[in-house]
Design a protein around this ligand. Structure first.
Ligand code: NAD
Length: 259
């Protein structure tokens, strides 16, 4: 925790956050890659991010080109090796406590790492806007497939296998550039955003749309908007409270609480 006047300011912000949480009726949580950096998963926009080493492979290229699919799977397995040992952060555990307290009906996340579920939040209460990278799905029949056997086949043959159910193309269950957003997740995120009186945006640069629209929708609907991030974001000017600090120490006091 920083010391001196900056530390004092941060403590005030944390106290204000605690009283907003205490007074809130319905809290919407909205997380980005920043909640997982303490877990060892690099975020997207911080310097030297491994996620930006390559140009993204657009969905259309993935569909039309076997080589693009091979490259996507090569990258996927290389990234998986980077954060294979990642465990939930204090931020994930604090969100789990807020959900268990009943005040936060669900967490909306842009993350694909599955760490919020690992922190004990039932999958049904994690609204994943950009999908989930811990498994794969068939683009035709939607059947879920596990990554381990896909990797085994890929490493032996140099090609990803076809869907064992229908022969369709298998893809990590994430949303690529150019791929349609998941309708059900978007609908649920919108509903929670409109139902909440407190919206907590945590660890997101708030530049990826349409996801980044939710904090503004909450604010326009009369909700209180809090942004917790170590760096400024484009939406700070709209927030009722900006907590400029590390998510771990800021949210740690909420772990185990039942406000
Ligand atoms: P981003 O990288 O654009 O922004 C993350 C923000 O969190 C940054 O502003 C950074 O300063 C801040 N941050 C990082 N660690 C922090 C910490 N410990 N405490 C406080 N602030 C911290 O991430 P985004 O807005 O989520 O957008 C990136 C996109 O890339 C998302 O759509 C997401 O799907 C994807 N992505 C996901 C993961 C993941 O699942 N963990 C990781 C990288 C990228």
């Amino acid at each position: 925790m920083p010391s001196g006047s900056f530390g004092a300011r941060l403590m005030e912000q944390i106290d204000e956050l605690a009283s907003l949480v205490e007074r809130a009726r319905v809290i919407a949580g909205f997380t980005g890659a920043g909640i997982s950096t303490e877990s060892g998963v690099p975020d997207f926009r911080s310097p030297d991010s491994p996620w930006r080493r390559h140009q993204p492979i657009p969905f259309e290229a993935f569909l039309s080109s076997p080589e693009a699919r091979r490259e996507a799977w090569r990258r996927k397995f290389a990234m998986d090796d980077i954060y294979r040992d990642a465990r939930p952060s204090r931020g994930h555990l604090a969100i789990a406590s807020l959900i268990n307290s009943g005040k936060m009906p669900a967490i909306i996340t842009q993350n694909i790492d599955g760490l919020q579920q690992e922190a004990g939040v039932p999958a049904a209460k994690v609204i994943e806007l950009h999908g989930n990278g811990t498994y794969a799905a068939c683009l035709s029949c939607r059947a879920r497939q596990e990554l381990a056997w896909i990797r085994e086949v890929f490493e032996v043959t140099g090609d990803p296998p076809a869907c064992p159910v229908c022969g369709g193309i298998l893809k990590s269950a994430t949303i690529s550039f150019g791929q349609a957003m998941p309708e059900e997740a978007m609908r649920r995120a919108q509903e929670l955003t409109l139902a909440c009186d407190l919206f907590l945006a945590i660890g997101t640069s708030l530049v990826v749309y349409p996801a980044a629209a939710f904090p503004l929708i909450a604010k326009q609907n009369g909700g209180t908007l809090v942004i917790i991030n170590r760096e400024p974001t484009d939406l700070d000017a709209f927030a009722d409270l900006v907590v400029r600090g590390e998510i771990g120490p800021v949210l740690a006091p909420f772990i185990g609480r039942r406000d």
